[in-house]
Design a protein around this ligand. Structure first.
Ligand code: FAD
Ligand code: 2HG
Ligand code: ZN
Length: 505
């Protein structure tokens, strides 16, 4: 008889990065409210009796009020946004979350849910004095069925820890991203994070089997099922996937984990033109079929500045474009034969100029490291404007060239890279320090270009604090009205993550 591994309560906490960082006032980003000229909404103001009430729910040490201890939770990963929260709450159970929210709702105290604080659109930090509800102590695996692949865990589990855990049972997490060492599964679900494996396993609307969430008034919504098929009425879990903490907070999730692939190879190639990148992608889909598991691209400046800024080594010479192709299957001989046949053809036709292919885990890690670190490398230039858009593939790279022309003399670097297999490009514009002039040249220009091509102004990072005023470039008025109706229904006092996602009228 097969027995699912169940009710394994395992603590897999990884120290939250936010709590390790100490800031000196010299490098503090400006307050978001001043930088973006935002007015505080009429929420309650937290006082000593509120703090005492939270202490009675959570105990003393899980109510953080010391100013320097609270500071890292007020600042986002790219150091663009800074809130003014006075208190961070760290619940350990759903009941505690429910009690906290019920109290906040009754007092109209605004709340900012926070996972690993790796979000790139300012959604994870407060704008004014919202209470930070941080999930880092809700980090237990609840069960794993190694036959169906259903993992049930708390929202604060760090993605990489989960991946390491399920790998012991020949499974992997269906998503992977550069922030895996810090981001939480609850944050991933709340942003509907994409990442490097989306091409193969699809987005989280497919992989999340069920979840438990708490509404603004403290009501616990139990949709924590592990079934692949369940058409009993409205598919409520989808309301919480990608709603960025504005409709409820996610406390537990059930994830479908695919089987680990025994034969994995990674190729890293130099390519001459963007047209060649597109041809390569088309041919990879046809020739590699079911074993193609990732297809990523980066332009020369993305790779070269990453290698330079982070003192890494590029295994290839300088090329205009770089492509990463990963294959994952279960038959080493069959898979490598397929890959080799494909690569010889593509080298012959000139789509690939140079490259390296490896199946050695350490070497694959070195190559992925370069790709995954592009997001961080730009911060070393000073400040980075980050854009994350979906564009039809034929026009995928045009925007980078347009921006270089438009911003001539005003930037340190502009590069494009991303998940080309998903039609998702990341455009990073680096400058020595934040400049309103450059910001105004970029926004809304970039969103107008994307809208003209019927793309999306946020492919995978979400809307957060930085994009509500631009959401109309990708969402019709009728859809926005329904979003607002839903928000009003789920959170009538608007206490959950205010100033985020929804534009003000
Ligand atoms: P946070 O940053 O803490 O929060 C993000 C949003 O979710 C906020 O609005 C917050 O309020 C809300 N939230 C967090 N937890 C909860 C909860 N339990 N309940 C309700 N709301 C909650 N994103 C991609 O999609 N693909 C990538 O490839 C990718 N790569 C990245 C690489 C790097 C180096 C970095 C820094 C970021 C990257 N991101 C990527 C963006 C980010 O990591 C993801 O969006 C991630 O899913 C955020 O998870 P988190 O736990 O850090 O959430
Ligand atoms: C990635 O794919 C992330 O590396 C981050 O989504 C993108 O920082 C960025 O612009
Ligand atoms: Zn990405």
């Amino acid at each position: 008889m097969f027995r699912p591994l169940s009710l394994l309560i395992i603590n897999i906490s990884k120290h939250n990065v936010a709590s390790q960082i100490k800031y000196s006032t010299a490098i503090l980003p400006r307050l978001s409210s001043e930088k973006y000229n935002i007015k505080r909404k009429s929420f309650g103001t937290i006082n000593e009796s509120d703090i005492n009430h939270f202490r009675s729910i959570l105990s003393e040490n899980r109510v953080i009020t010391d100013e320097s201890d609270v500071l890292p939770y007020n600042i986002d990963w790219i150091k663009n946004c800074r809130g003014q929260s006075k208190v961070v709450l760290k619940p350990k159970t759903t009941d505690e979350v429910s009690e906290v929210l019920s109290y906040c709702n009754s007092k109209k105290l605004a709340v900012c849910p926070q996972g690993g604080n790796t979000g790139l659109v300012g959604g994870s930090v407060p704008v004014f004095d919202e209470i930070v509800l941080n999930f880092s102590l809700m980090n237990k695996v609840i069960s794993l069925d190694d036959i169906s692949g259903a993992l049930v865990c708390e929202a604060g589990c760090v993605l990489e820890n989960l991946d390491n855990y399920v790998r012991q049972h020949n499974l992997i997490m269906p998503l992977d991203l550069g922030a895996k060492g810090s981001c939480h599964i609850g944050g991933n679900v709340s942003t509907n994070a994409g990442g490097l494996r989306l091409l193969r396993y699809g987005n989280l609307h497919g992989s999340i089997l069920g979840l438990e969430a708490v509404k603004a008034d403290g009501t616990v919504i139990d949709c924590l099922r592990t079934l692949k098929k369940d058409n009993t009425g409205y598919h409520l879990k989808h309301l919480f996937i990608g709603s960025e903490g504005t409709l409820g907070v996610v406390t537990k999730v059930a994830v479908h984990c695919p089987a680990v692939s025994k034969a994995v190879s990674l190729g890293y190639f130099g390519v001459n033109t963007f047209e060649d990148v597109l041809q390569l992608y088309r041919n990879a889909k046809i020739s590699l079929g079911e074993i193609l598991s990732a297809f990523e691209m980066a332009d020369n400046r993305a790779i070269c500045s990453t290698v330079k800024n982070l003192k890494l080594t590029n295994p290839l010479e300088d090329y205009p474009f770089y492509v990463l192709i990963e294959t994952s299957g279960c038959d080493e001989e069959h898979d490598s034969e397929k890959l080799n046949r494909f690569l010889s053809k593509e080298m012959e036709s000139g789509h690939i100029i140079d490259g390296t292919v490896t199946s050695e885990p350490a070497k694959m890690r070195t190559i992925w490291n370069i790709r995954e670190n592009i997001a961080e490398a730009g911060l070393h230039d000073g400040y980075v404007f980050k854009y994350d858009v979906s564009i039809p593939l034929n026009n995928y790279y045009d925007i980078v060239l347009l921006l270089r022309k438009k911003l001539e003399g005003k930037y340190t670097n502009i590069y494009g890279y991303g998940h080309i297999g998903d039609g998702n490009i990341h455009i990073n514009v680096t400058v020595p320090e934040y400049s309103k002039e450059v910001c105004d040249m970029l926004e809304p220009y970039i969103f107008e270009q994307v809208a003209k091509l019927k793309g999306s102004i946020s492919a995978e990072h979400g809307v957060g604090f930085r994009k509500p005023q631009f959401i109309h470039y990708s969402k019709d008025e009728s859809a926005l009205r329904l979003m607002k109706d839903l928000k009003h229904l789920m959170d009538p006092n608007g206490i959950l993550n205010p100033y985020k996602v929804l534009p003000d009228v």
